[in-house]
Write a protein that binds this ligand. Structure first.
Ligand SMILES: Nc1ncnc2c1ncn2[C@@H]1O[C@H](COP(=O)(O)OP(=O)(O)OP(=O)(O)O)[C@@H](O)[C@H]1O
Length: 234
């Protein structure tokens, strides 16, 4: 269980997020400027908030990003351009990339999980956008952190690749029992991933529902405003 009760202030933007997230996937939806990325940055430790952030009984808010049981996957720029695919994954295990045999086996295993064994000697500028994100996912795999934060990681990909990636994240989250939190602008992505959905508005968690509710929200759902569904028309 990941639970948070965190406040953050930036000029006129006053946020106070509260929620409890079970294992599995949670998507974060909400209008632009509502505070989705700010919430993710607070969880990852990239900005400083006040309050409490607990995972499996441990308080995380006072920890630096690298001390938290968290990996973040950004929209792009997840890879080091001067390192090969192999080294980009190896660096998740050791900053020096001097790996034991067991660690090398793990890199190979992660490459196989994302089906990039043939590409291990390539460099990021030789990869497609989807391949680059799969390398970043392989690094998430070897790091073995139980919480994965995704900030619109697949929005630059074409629809087929995007749905492949979402399936991969869904499968890996179930297989490794991660707590995965993804910011997205697409209700369809949230439905595809399943799990829970948070609606973030004006710096608050305005609603938390199972993703399946988005298919046909009840007439009094706060999601209607966001989805542009008129309660009268329903
Ligand atoms: N460190 C910061 N620097 C600049 N703006 C900030 C910062 N922290 C918060 N804000 C403000 O916080 C508000 C929420 O922004 P945030 O990026 O979290 O929203 P969002 O829901 O992710 O939006 P979008 O969907 O457009 O990415 C904005 O008004 C933004 O200007």
């Amino acid at each position: 269980m990941l639970s948070f009760d965190v406040s953050y202030h930036w000029h006129n933007f006053h946020a106070h997020y509260q929620a409890q997230l079970a294992l599995g996937v949670t998507s974060i939806l909400g209008a632009s400027g509502g505070g989705k990325s700010t919430l993710l940055s607070l969880l990852g430790g990239y900005i400083e908030g006040q309050g409490s952030l607990q995972f499996a009984g441990q308080e995380l808010l006072s920890l630096a990003p690298y001390e938290r049981p968290i990996t973040t996957l950004f929209q792009s720029d997840n890879l080091f351009p001067q390192l090969s695919v192999w080294d980009n994954i190896a660096i998740g295990l050791s900053p020096s990339r001097a790996l034991s045999q067991a660690q090398q086996d793990k890199v190979n295993w992660a490459l196989a999980q994302v089906q990039l064994q043939q590409h291990s000697d390539k460099f990021p500028d030789q990869l497609s956008g989807g391949q680059a994100q799969r390398v970043a996912i392989a690094r998430v795999l070897v790091r073995e952190k139980p919480i994965l934060l995704l900030d619109e990681p697949f929005s630059a990909l074409d629809p087929k690749l995007r749905s492949d990636m979402l399936h991969l994240i869904k499968t890996l989250t179930e297989q490794y029992q991660w707590t995965t939190i993804m910011v997205t602008h697409s209700p369809m992505d949230a439905i595809l991933l399943g799990g829970q959905v948070l609606l973030v508005e004006e710096g608050k968690v305005a609603a938390q529902v199972p993703a399946s509710v988005l298919r046909d929200p009840p007439s009094d759902s706060p999601f209607n405003r966001y989805l542009h569904v008129s309660p009268v028309a329903k």
